[in-house]
Design a protein around this ligand. Structure first.
Ligand code: XMP
Length: 525
């Protein structure tokens, strides 16, 4: 498959370059700056990203580009533009003032990179250094009032560079510039579509797996579901899925989701292991200890059932691109805030090889692929749900009683979100950006209820109550890394509060969590 490789030098917006290219139906891969690829027919172009460093720093990202330049088209963005200039004999100097914000671009020489871009188009600058001299053989193609070499090209090497960020929203014609690079200069044809992804992935899965048996852990989430359906299409009955009920799921979730998996024709074993999880959680109050206990029981349960599938050689996982980037620490090491994802890690002791058909996709691309596979909207548009499930939404020790209370409150909240028609509110779908949201559930990225361990006084009828408060949480986000609380309509909050307090025994107060991430996190534990 045609692709563009993005060398990540650590800019916060590198992932946006990937997004923009994928929106143009161009497949791309973000790799650490040190992984400069060798030229090969599939690699149509290479982009060097921005960076918080200055090329003049001793520890700045440095890349060996000799093998690439002149063979594959290259585009340097911000730091990438400076690095190209600096490494090819130009000069980069500290600018008198750090330039941050909008500027207006004036084309000074014709270039395929800037074709169709309007005169005086706005661009977004963010840099402390300037390219005071471009390399021999290079031509300045655009300037701004303050920056002479705002864009240049090196015709002999088929290399291009822009000092500004075409990938950000504040560069309105950035999409045209990236399109010019990908289509016009690199010759990409926009062959990355969900259908083409399904076809090529099914073919390569068949080739990789052959006649082997594969095991996959289903969670009810969109990633593992799409991975399972892709594998099912590729290898059919060679795939066995295991769906573990940890006893901490939402109301009716295990039953309903298992039913839809079977309906889709997946070969799935449903495992009721709730008792084991609850036993392991007895007396445990620390959030990390809860996660560890749940992870351990999950691995034990999974192993037991995986072994019962004789002769399996592969473990399939629904790992997606943000998981890959986060765990590889590309773009800067992320501090461990909570031990996340794929609870407990994978059961290495099983000695299975790993297959991850979605590892290059972003979440909304997984959803597009899911739709291309005919998976129902109900499964595709589900909010993310954490592996440790409701256990990390019950603050303190988990018990059956508390689970029962939380399940009811959560069910009322989620059902109410699904029922509230917001089509007149001009909101976008969280799962499918750009598409109008029909219900509040669609407009929200993730929602749930948290049960607090304190009690407060209330009065119901003539009786005094002394019960727990619950907190509602509803956020918008793109990848869970940052999030903002969602402004729920007042009439909605009033109705949900009434429904919960009147129907859920054990709750006499409803709160709304209005904290963003950071500094809070989405889950309370
Ligand atoms: P936080 O709470 O860190 O959550 O803001 C970000 C996203 O990750 C989910 N989450 C988890 N997912 N195992 C998971 O599989 C976990 O231990 C875990 N903790 C949080 C959370 O629901 C949100 O979508």
């Amino acid at each position: 498959m045609q692709k563009i490789v993005i060398l990540d030098c650590g800019s916060q917006v590198t992932r946006l370059i990937g997004r923009r290219l994928r929106e143009l139906n161009v497949f791309c891969e973000i790799v650490p700056f040190s992984s400069v690829p060798a030229p090969e027919p599939d690699i149509k172009g290479v982009i060097i990203s921005g960076s918080p460093c200055s090329v003049r720093d001793d520890n700045a990202p440095r890349m060996a580009l000799e093998g690439l330049l002149g063979k594959v088209p290259v585009l340097g963005i911000c730091y990438g533009a400076q690095y190209l200039a600096w490494s090819l004999g130009g000069s980069v100097e500290r600018s008198a003032t750090r330039e941050y914000g909008r500027a207006f671009l004036r084309t000074v020489a014709p270039s395929p990179l800037l074709e169709g871009v309007s005169a005086e188009t706005q661009v977004w600058m963010s840099h402390g250094d300037v390219i005071s001299q471009i390399p021999d053989g290079a031509i300045t193609i655009a300037s701004t009032e303050d920056v002479r070499n705002a864009a240049y090209q090196i015709p002999g090497l088929n290399a291009y560079a822009v000092q500004f960020h075409p990938e950000v929203y504040h560069t309105p014609e950035g999409g045209t510039i990236l399109r010019n690079f990908a289509y016009g200069i690199c010759g990409c044809t926009g062959d990355w579509t969900p259908d083409s992804f399904v076809d090529s992935t099914v073919a390569s899965l068949r080739q990789t797996i052959g006649d082997d048996k594969v095991i996959l852990g289903l969670s009810g989430g969109v990633d593992s579901t799409v991975a399972a359906v892709l594998l099912d299409r590729a290898i059919g009955s060679q795939l066995t899925c295991i769906f573990v009920d940890n006893g901490l799921l939402r109301k009716n979730e295990f039953r309903d989701v298992l039913e839809s998996y079977r309906h889709m024709g997946l070969n799935v074993i449903g495992v009721d292991a709730g008792r084991d999880f609850l036993d392991a959680l007895k007396g445990v109050t620390d959030p990390e200890a809860k996660r560890k206990a749940i992870g351990r029981v999950f691995v034990e349960t999974f192993e037991k059932y995986a072994r019962s599938v004789g002769g399996a050689r592969w473990l399939a996982q629904g790992t997606i691109y943000p998981d890959v980037i986060e765990s590889a620490g590309v773009g800067g090491a992320a501090a461990k805030i909570k031990s996340h994802h794929n609870v407990g890690g994978l059961p290495e002791t099983l000695g299975l090889k790993i297959v991850e058909p979605l590892r290059m996709l972003f979440k909304d691309e997984v959803r597009r692929v899911g739709r291309a596979l005919g998976i129902s909207e109900n499964l595709i548009n589900r909010h993310p749900f954490p592996g440790p499930s409701l256990a990390i939404r019950i603050i303190g020790e988990v018990s059956e009683d508390k689970l029962a209370i939380l399940r009811e409150a959560d069910d009322i909240f989620i059902r109410s979100l699904r029922e509230y028609d917001c089509s007149g509110m001009n909101l976008q779908s969280a799962a499918e950006p750009g598409i109008p949201a029909r219900t509040l559930y669609d407009a929200i990225w993730q929602a749930g209820v948290v049960l607090l361990p304190i009690r407060s006084i209330g009065v119901m009828g003539d009786e005094r109550t002394y019960e727990h408060p619950v907190a509602l949480r509803a956020v918008v986000s793109t990848d869970g890394m940052t999030a903002d609380w969602f402004p729920l309509p007042y009439d909605f909050m009033a109705a949900v509060s009434n429904r919960i307090i009147n129907n859920v025994r054990g709750v006499n107060r409803v709160l709304y969590d209005i904290s963003s991430k950071p500094p809070a996190t989405i889950e309370w534990e």
